[in-house]
Design a binder for this molecule. Structure first.
Ligand code: SF4
Length: 362
């Protein structure tokens, strides 16, 4: 078996995968001026820059809007705040073989590629992802599959990255065939921005690649209603009609979605298009991202407001990934406090109510 990469920049050059790369690409597409590109040179040297045609069209419509702010670099990225680190979620500390992270007993993270069709300015893996970054070779994929095979406690394989759906369907299909031959893996999960930023890549071949023996879940990363274009909605519908369960993840971002009405619009639109909002993430402390950070107290307030006004289907869990690889925990508002006679419960409007412990009196 050779060690050719399973996905690389040259394989990502089919028409549906064309991406506008680097500051020069943004200038050429008319998304920033040459003077701005010059001012941003240091940012462009430090962090990857890319958008797709779908994203470029949204930015062109609203150059200061919520989509533009997620992708157009700014000099604020050169500011490093205290506590910001290279590997905020501690992948390195739990990696038994290259490309795998085994942090929780029943699941592994499988990072097939470091490339994405877009590079988000707040990315939690921004020190690792980028075009031309090393994709796993076939031998490395085999080594990862061997690890999973010899760890019967692994029930779920989570593909993240880089964006796993940026790989050609044929490559994904090969890996899924390997996973399907491991009986104790019952679930595969793909974390991706592709259905939103490169919806044309969700074609019949891609959908067939995702559907194997193990139950397939796709977690769509999306932060604002404006990202849900008619093409993105059509891509999501194609997947759900093929029996793939769809969830979403949203990062709470200052100036983009730190508002309960903005989030309500996004979550309602997702649920109406068969996507269940799963996690609302507190921003990880990756370097140069402090301008996107929302205080936790503000995040809890937003979540409390959502609880009072939006269907339960539209309520993701507000989550924090503890820096250093210590795992994720929910950090939403607390509605319950203990009293001498039982509990006090806060309703969504903020009013307090006594609640008896079973067998007690109110
Ligand atoms: S798509 Fe995900 S991994 Fe890629 S740059 Fe955006 S946040 Fe990072």
């Amino acid at each position: 078996m050779d060690s050719a990469p399973i996905g690389n920049a040259s394989e990502a050059t089919a028409p549906a995968r064309t991406t506008i790369r680097g500051l020069a690409g943004l200038v050429q597409r008319g998304l920033i001026g040459p003077d701005t590109a010059q001012e941003l040179e240091k940012v462009g040297e430090r962090y990857a820059v890319a958008v797709t045609e779908t994203v470029a069209a949204l930015i062109a419509q609203d150059p200061n809007g919520p989509v533009a702010r997620q992708y157009i670099p700014t000099e604020a990225e050169l500011v490093e705040a205290p506590g910001e680190i290279d590997d905020p979620i501690g992948d390195h500390a739990h990696s038994p073989v290259r490309g795998l992270v085994h942090r929780y007993p029943d699941r592994v993270l499988f990072k097939l590629t470091h490339a994405c069709p877009v590079y988000c300015r707040f990315c939690f893996r921004r020190e690792m992802v980028g075009p031309g970054g090393d994709a796993l070779g076939k031998r490395e994929v085999e080594a990862a599959l061997d690890y999973i095979r010899t760890h019967p406690e692994v029930w779920e394989v989570v593909f993240s990255g880089g964006d796993p759906l940026y790989l050609p369907a044929r490559k994904i299909s090969q890996v899924i065939a390997g996973i399907d031959a491991i009986p104790h893996v019952e679930v595969v999960r793909f974390h991706t921005r592709v259905p939103v930023v490169l919806p044309e890549a969700i074609d019949d071949a891609m959908i067939a690649a995702l559907r194997g023996r193990a139950a397939a879940y796709v977690v769509v990363h999306i932060n604002h209603r404006e990202e849900l274009t008619p093409e993105a909605i059509a891509a999501l519908r194609r997947m759900s009609q093929a029996g793939i369960t769809l969830l979403s993840q949203t990062v709470l971002l200052a100036g983009i979605n730190d508002d309960s009405e903005v989030l309500a619009q996004l979550f309602r639109a997702l649920v109406a298009n068969t996507v269940k909002p799963y996690y609302l993430h507190h921003l990880d402390p990756a370097r140069g991202t402090s301008h996107f950070r929302v205080p936790i107290a503000r995040g809890q307030e937003i979540v409390r407001q959502l609880r009072g006004r939006v269907s339960g289907l539209c309520q993701p869990t507000y989550m924090l990934d503890i820096p250093g690889g210590h795992g994720k925990v929910p950090i939403g508002p607390n509605y319950l406090s203990a009293t001498d006679s039982g509990y006090e419960v806060t309703d969504p409007q903020g009013a307090m109510h006594a609640y008896p412990e079973a067998g007690g009196t109110p």
